[in-house]
Design a protein around this ligand. Structure first.
Ligand code: HEC
Length: 251
């Protein structure tokens, strides 16, 4: 009995635990994996900017297309490359040895990254690059110090001249209504094609997609869970009246 209690206690209280975080303050986001438009945009960003280096080898093209509401022919024409078939896993062809030589460490598979690191970590990491001439690719990262990954989204975000502030509560000037302090980059070395707000939104979509891909059946499980609860509720009503009926003549 004591062991059972310990197991129940641990399983309840370990639900919210997320892996290796960062000591750095971070901005928080709430994911919405039912928002298909956001997931599609995130997936498009992933395939354009990340897939060359990072695989999603525990997910299949077909399932992803179906879950995100992407017709198979569009998926085949735009995303599948190198003769891949829609039923295949989303692997890529970068060899680990080559990657090690180029980046110092090989780009990890990202299927489970949102579960390992947590969405907040990813959201801040992808907004945490800044110029650092001492690093091989000229950038460093606030959340992942001395990271081997280049700032592949520099064309969208621009390159921040110094470490951006993250996890800062926005402070609004009560007189003018302007935001005088908030998270983000205060000075850009080169400009990107997106505004800071648009970039944050793009990263939100990308992290939303990575959250979905880490647990593709989550929406379905939640729906099944809801139906089971409704069923139990109905069953309870019947059981309640049946119980009353049984005991009617005894009391
Ligand atoms: C040019 C190759 C390349 C591209 C493109 C690239 N990355 Fe990376 N990425 C790397 C490398 C190399 C590492 C390993 C860095 C290290 O360990 O120092 C890495 C690490 C990461 C990590 C940290 C993983 C962990 O938990 O340690 C995340 C998250 C990540 N990349 C996300 C992305 C996303 C999202 C994109 C697309 C916007 C992207 N990467 C595009 C090369 C790349």
């Amino acid at each position: 009995m004591k062991n059972l209690l310990i197991v129940i206690f641990l399983s309840v209280f370990s639900l919210g635990v997320q892996g290796a975080g960062s000591a750095h303050p971070m901005d928080h986001i709430d994911m919405d994996i039912r928002d298909k438009e956001s997931l599609q945009k995130g997936f498009a960003l992933f395939s354009n900017y990340c897939f060359a280096c990072h695989s999603l080898k525990y997910a299949r093209y077909e399932r992803t297309a179906d879950d995100l509401g992407i017709p198979h022919n569009i998926m085949e024409e735009n995303i599948l490359s190198g003769g891949a078939k829609i039923g295949q896993l989303m692997t890529n062809s970068m060899s680990t040895d080559q990657a090690k030589a180029w980046f110092g460490s090989s780009p990890p598979d990202l299927t489970l990254s949102a579960r390992l690191r947590g969405p907040d970590w990813l959201y801040n990491y992808l907004r945490g690059f800044y110029a650092d001439a001492k690093r091989p690719y000229g950038v460093n990262n606030v959340i992942f110090k001395d990271v081997g990954m280049p700032h592949v989204l520099a064309g969208l975000q621009g390159v921040c001249a110094e470490a951006p502030s993250l996890g800062v509560e926005p402070v609004v000037d009560p007189l003018s209504g302007n935001i005088i302090k908030s998270s983000g980059c205060s000075d850009y070395l080169t400009e990107g094609s997106l505004s800071p707000a648009e970039y944050d939104e793009a990263i939100y979509d990308l992290v939303n997609f990575l959250t979905y891909v880490g647990e593709p059946s989550r929406v379905e499980s939640e729906e099944i869970g809801r139906s089971v609860l409704i069923f139990l509720l109905f069953l309870f009503i019947f059981a309640y009246f049946l119980n009353k009926e049984y005991w009617r003549d005894i009391h």
